[in-house]
Design a protein around this ligand. Sequence first.
Ligand SMILES: Nc1ncnc2c1ncn2[C@@H]1O[C@H](COP(=O)(O)OP(=O)(O)OP(=O)(O)O)[C@@H](O)[C@H]1O
Ligand SMILES: O=C(O)C1=C[C@@H](O)[C@@H](O)[C@H](O)C1
Ligand SMILES: [Mg+2]
Length: 167
Amino acid sequence: MKSIYLVGFMGCGKTTVGKKLATALNCQFIDLDEEIVSHTGKSIPTIFEEKGENGFRKIESEVLKKVSNEDSIISTGGGIVTRPENIVFMKQNGILFYLETTIETLYKRIHQDSNRPNAVNRSIEELNTLFISRKSFYEKADFTVSVTEKSSKDVSVEIINCLNSLR
Ligand SMILES: Nc1ncnc2c1ncn2[C@@H]1O[C@H](COP(=O)(O)OP(=O)(O)OP(=O)(O)O)[C@@H](O)[C@H]1O
Ligand SMILES: O=C(O)C1=C[C@@H](O)[C@@H](O)[C@H](O)C1
Ligand SMILES: [Mg+2]
């Protein structure tokens, strides 16, 4: 099996669905944000504070390359697609699933969480502007799975069915 990358905006469920998928498929689970924290020894808000978003993106690309293994489910960070080189790398190494939903759903899930510097203190309109600016990059994924009004288990079953249909 190739690596499976989950991409999509903050709050679409990449981490939650990724864990379920890895359990169901009995393979390694890698959360890129968690890897960044363990490689640097710093929280994501601290990295943003100290190095800015550009510094964070540089580390993110390095860690992506370091941890990408075959037979893994890799939940990426919401902004991974902002660097075209990351999309090229992930496409060479695996299959990309875009977990797609509405800005209303995303906003409800993330607006109270202080661990996402790009979401904290942003109105739904501001987040929507960021979402729209990234949409066409997420859509470069091999498959788009709508997650609206589906449980994370349902989403993982849908991804497994899609993978089975490729065999
Ligand atoms: N299908 C779902 N239905 C309801 N709630 C969900 C679903 N998937 C995820 N959530 C909830 O939404 C929140 C965000 O989920 P999660 O952390 O998995 O998103 P993410 O895509 O990994 O975000 P980020 O890009 O910031 O890493 C969590 O509180 C999670 O429990
Ligand atoms: O969408 C974003 O810009 C981000 C999403 C998170 O997963 C983290 O990677 C970080 O908070 C940045
Ligand atoms: Mg996540």
